[in-house]
Design a binder for this molecule. Structure first.
Ligand SMILES: [Mn+2]
Length: 312
């Protein structure tokens, strides 16, 4: 007899706060596979909305009260990236592809944990369909492809693995997407349309908290094909960062990620934050902030030097 992962039908499949396409689509596809309810902990971004509309898939319900509930965590593994009530949930499993650092979810007993070194959580969920011999519908193939293309910027980021590429190709076939690069480009265009957002909303759209010992930081990222339009709001974004910092943060950082060049500029809320960035990255502040060439990933590029700085 071999182990087969299963969950009770009342399980909630929960992605991180400030949801992105990968966590939302992971929750949808996992809930579809195992039975249960996909959950988002915030409003969907325009890229995720585009993907769900393409495949006629309903957005998950919003929920942030997890006390006493059966929960499967997808696409994150730190309490700082979920509502506080998740610490009172009955966590059944963690399925993720991020580094295990501080604030890993505590568990009441032994649970199933699946952390893989792939570029997207949807890659892992798609692999479960295969392993469990469950047919992938066009809709589910579409959303999982969306998650993979989002986290890998259409399979271009250096940490994209062969498994991500192989699974994306299979999903594209089922989803009826002939030109994956073109679909990825359409996702980036959708993601880059930030015209309806205020500076504070742009800061918080893709924003995560990190805790290093007793240091708490916030790190927002904006990936755009039209990053100059975002940089034009620099003063307002900085003001929003200063405002966020009042909520017991030691530092607030934000990265302008230019998807046309794959270069980034990371900024801080104030001089003290900029001093951290200069030392962590070993780069002096330029016009707006610290310029990082060829670096675009919070998980792989931005956080490790900052983590090393605070943990030294
Ligand atoms: Mn992810």
């Amino acid at each position: 007899m071999s182990f087969q992962l299963s969950f009770p039908s009342n399980a909630l499949f929960v992605g991180h706060k400030n949801p992105d396409t990968d966590c939302t689509c992971s929750a949808i596809a996992a809930a579809n596979l195992w039975g249960g309810t996909p959950i988002v902990q915030g409003e969907l971004n325009p890229e995720t909305t585009f993907v769900l509309e393409q495949f006629g898939v309903k957005a998950p319900a919003f929920e942030d009260n997890f006390a006493g509930k059966d929960v499967v965590i997808v696409d994150h593994n730190q309490t700082t990236q979920s509502a506080a009530s998740v610490t009172e949930a009955n966590i059944l499993s963690i399925i993720d592809h991020h580094a295990v650092q501080d604030n890993f979810f505590f568990q009441k007993g032994p649970i199933h944990i699946d952390m893989r070194t792939v570029a997207s959580c949807c890659t892992i969920i798609a692999d479960y369909y295969e392993e469990m011999n469950v047919e992938i519908t066009k809709e589910m193939a579409g959303v999982m492809l969306g998650g993979i293309l989002s986290d890998t910027l259409a399979l271009t980021v250096p940490h994209t693995t062969e498994i991500d590429k192989e699974i994306a190709a299979k999903l594209a076939k089922i989803a009826g997407i002939e030109d994956v690069a073109d679909f990825g480009q359409q996702m980036l265009i959708a993601k880059s349309d930030l015209s309806k957002y205020t500076a504070a909303e742009i800061l918080n759209l893709d924003y995560k908290d990190f805790i290093f010992g007793d240091i708490k930081i916030g790190f927002g990222v904006c990936e755009s094909l039209l990053i100059d339009k975002v940089k034009a709001k620099h003063d307002e974004i900085t003001a929003a960062m200063v405002e966020n910092k009042k909520n017991d943060y030691n530092a607030i950082f934000f990265a302008y990620v230019d998807l046309t060049t794959n270069n980034s500029v990371v900024i801080g809320a104030d001089d003290a934050d900029f001093a951290v960035l200069e030392e962590a990255y070993g780069v002096s502040k330029g016009d707006l902030g610290v310029a990082l060439e060829g670096k675009i990933s919070r998980k792989n590029d931005f956080i490790p030097p900052v983590s090393a700085y605070y943990n030294k």
